[in-house]
Each structure stands twice: as C-alpha cells, then as structure tokens.
Design a protein around this ligand. Structure first.
Ligand code: AMP
Length: 429
C-alpha cells in the first residue's frame, strides 16, 4: 500500500514510525514532513492546505491511503475536495470531512451536538456580538472561575479561564468586540468550570464501528507543577492509572457510543480519529472538547502501545471495515518528554544546531520543529523533539524519556522534569 501522511510534527513522525513497521506498506510519503520522517519515507515539499498539490501527489504516487495529521486541512475540507474527484474514488482517507471536523472547528457546534445526544459536558451558553449585553448579564449570574471559549480554531489559545466577574466580562468584550481571536471569536461559548483530573481518550471510527486506542494524559504548561504559560504540549503519559476499567466503561457508554451514534444520526460520515478531552469530575466523565485528529504529543505515547498492525486499522477505518479488526494493546508504559526552543511559547530561538543524537539509545526520538541545514539538524519550531521512553514500569519509562531529553543538546533547550510524576504518585499514594 502506498501511503501519504499530511503534516510535519512529532505526531506525523510517530505515524510514519509506526506505519513503517507494517508489512502492508509499500511506499511512504509525508507532506511536508521533517528530517525525522525523511529517514523512513519520502518527504514531499507540499503544504498541508495546498489541496491541489496534495491531489497531484496522490495521483503521481498512486497513493491508496491518506492520513491527515493536523486539524487545519480537515476543517478546511481536504476530504470533501478529494472526494469530489471521481478518479480518486478508491482512495482511503483517515480524517473526517468538513462537517465532521466541526466537532473541533466549532465549539458551538460541538456543544449543541453533545446536548442533543446527551453526551455529558459542562453547562454552557453561546453569545455573539449582537447578544453581548445578554452575555454580560449572564456572566453576572454565574459562579467563578468560569470558562470562555472562542468558537473557532485559535491555535490552542482560544480558551480563557476567568477568575472573577470583571475578568470574565472584559474577556467577553475582547473576544466579541475587539475580535481577540479574529473570526474564531465571533461566537463565544461561556461554560461552567469543572473541577477534576483531565484525560485524553482516542477513538478510531469508521462511521459505524470504532476501536478504542490507549488513553493518555498530557502536560500543557511550560513549567513543572503545571505552572507558566500554555504550550502545544510538553509531554504525555500512557496508560493513565485513574482511567480504570470502571471509569472507561462509563466513557464508552456515556461518551463514545452516543458520539458515534450521534454522528450517524446527523448523517455525518466519520472515518478518522476522535480525540476526546475528558474531565474526570467526581468519578464521572465530562467532555471538555472534541478534536478531529490525534493529539501531539499524545500520539508519541499512544502509538508505541499499539501492538496490532496500525496501518491495517487505519485502512479498515477508511473503508468502513473496522468491525473485522481487533486492537491489541501493550501493557507497557510510554512517557514522552518534549524538548522546546529557548523562549517558547513566546517568541523563541530558531536555527540552533542540535547534537547528541547518538546518545539517545533507549528511547524513541521523534522530530517536531527541526530542519536540515547542510549536514546539520537545527531547531526550527517551538517544540523541537519528543523523546519517548517505553518500559514495564512507569518509573523506568519516565527515566528513559528524561535521560534522552538530557542527551539532546542545543542552545536554549528547555524541558519539563516532572512528566509522569503525578501519575506515578497516583499509582503509589
Ligand atoms: P480546550 O481547548 O477546550 O481543550 O481547553 C483548554 C483547557 O482548558 C483544557 O485542557 C482544560 O484544562 C481547560 N478547560 C476547558 N474547559 C474547561 C471546563 N469546562 N472546566 C475546567 N477546565 C476547562
């Protein structure tokens, strides 16, 4: 099978790494890819939203399966665009069309969907510029903290947790009137704040059936103990001990099954990943958000724990044949630590030469924000690499990941030293 992966981060390197282990694979292409994916497949210099060039590449390289990594091409309709071409009718695509991607592309859509299909979620109300006065009055009746969410894609920055009424009202005005997040905040969802422990659950759906992938916990803040600014993700762990059988059964019955049925009832064919951000609030799962793709860096701990042929699962998802598949998971622990550029997540250093690759021995190294310059690999993005340690114990997986993060060298390197430690404490109270 010839496969094309869209994207260029750690997630896409992890996809390429996993798929390259499959006996079903003939040729692997990644657009645009990174220096890590170039070692396992062929990088194509095509941007993820250049649909015309993507279509050409699919024809030229006789691609049979397209895997869409990031959300932007999904929300912009890459599937719809390709499906409109009759000559590509046999192409399998992992990733929903424009409608299904609204689960991620519009918080208002996803809240309405959850309410309609009784998926547990925080109580909320949506406001626009014309109803701002009602929004301000609504806020005055709420308790705090409260959550304000820009409706559209805002590069992970569109969620603000306001601690008091003044902050909440100011934020609402900034979002609706000053267009703080551009068009993305033309609508704002105001949502009740839920206390609890967060967990990410990943589902691969074929529209009718689904398989549950390993769950993960991610670490969003730049510094230890979840302090400092929000980032794209500083690390992740899988499995997560508090996602025990009882809790996961509730997740299946109350969240996943109504979601799959709801999509079907809405006439939304959904072949691809559903990433469900959950809050474990007093032992009950509540959906914080849906994403229409895998998470990054969660993918870097989820995929190492899948023992079944991942390419076979992906192809079955794209063809509506997941019922014939079984997913086998490894009992091992996976921990990934992300090394980031100096200054990140604010303006950060670029072009620093990276060394120490040969010293990463007992971990899997995924490139994220790197590029090749002559013979050197240099930093080119905020999140530079993800280093995944795999072991029979969480403690050892953490050590392997940290050791690898220490071994990689470049000017300004930063990484969190506490990835997984909270889960370890939870295991051994
Ligand atoms: P989102 O972009 O929807 O994932 O939100 C970003 C982060 O904000 C989440 O990972 C949570 O930590 C937090 N968050 C979002 N919604 C809520 C909520 N209703 N209650 C508490 N925290 C929330």
């Amino acid at each position: 099978m010839n496969v094309l992966i869209l994207g260029s981060g750690g997630r896409e390197h992890a996809f390429a790494w996993k798929i390259s282990q499959s006996p079903l694979l003939s040729n692997l292409f990644i657009a645009p890819g990174n220096p890590g994916t170039a070692e396992i497949g062929t990088n194509l210099p095509i941007q993820v939203t250049d649909f015309e060039a993507i279509k050409e590449a699919i024809k030229t390289h006789q691609i049979e399966l397209l895997i869409v990594g990031p959300e932007e091409p999904l929300v912009k309709g890459v599937r719809d665009y390709l499906e409109a071409d009759e000559s590509l009718k046999n192409l399998g695509i992992v990733g929903p069309g424009k409608l299904g991607a609204q689960l991620e592309g519009s918080k208002d859509f996803s809240k309405n969907f959850m309410n309609k299909y009784q998926v547990p979620t925080a109580k909320s109300k949506t406001f626009v510029k014309d109803t701002i006065e009602e929004g301000l009055a609504y806020l005055a009746e709420q308790s705090f903290p409260i959550v304000l969410k820009a409706d559209g894609l805002a590069a992970g920055k569109g969620v603000i947790i306001a601690q008091n009424l003044t902050e909440a009202q100011e934020t609402l005005k900034e979002m609706l009137i000053d267009a703080k997040f551009g068009d993305a905040s033309a609508k704002v969802v105001i949502e009740e704040f839920l206390q609890g422990i967060e967990l990410s659950v990943f589902v691969l759906s074929d529209g009718d059936n689904y398989v549950l992938l390993p769950e993960a916990k991610d670490y969003k803040r730049i510094r230890e103990n979840d302090e400092g600014l929000n980032t794209g993700g500083m690390g992740a762990v899988s499995p997560v001990s508090f996602a025990n059988e009882r809790f996961m059964e509730k997740v299946k019955q109350k969240v996943i099954e109504p979601t799959i049925k709801g999509l079907k009832a809405e006439g939304i064919p959904y072949q691809g990943f559903i990433f469900i951000g959950l809050m474990n609030h007093e032992g009950e799962p509540y959906v914080i958000e849906y994403n229409a793709r895998m998470g990054d860096p969660e993918t870097e701990v989820v995929l190492p724990r899948i023992e079944s042929d991942f390419l076979s699962l992906l192809f079955a998802s794209s063809k509506g044949k997941l019922n014939a598949q079984k997913i086998v998971l490894s009992e091992q622990y996976a921990v990934t630590t992300v090394v980031v550029a100096g200054g990140y997540p604010e303006s950060y250093r670029k072009g620093d030469v990276i060394s120490g690759f040969d010293k990463v021995q007992d971990a899997v190294l995924f490139h994220a924000g790197t590029k090749k310059e002559g013979d050197a690999i240099v930093t080119s993005g905020g999140r530079v690499m993800a280093l995944t340690g795999i072991s029979n114990t969480l403690e050892k997986a953490i050590q392997k990941s940290q050791k690898a993060a220490n071994a990689i060298q470049y000017e300004g390197k930063h990484f969190r030293k506490d990835i997984g430690l909270d889960v370890l404490r939870y295991e051994k109270p």
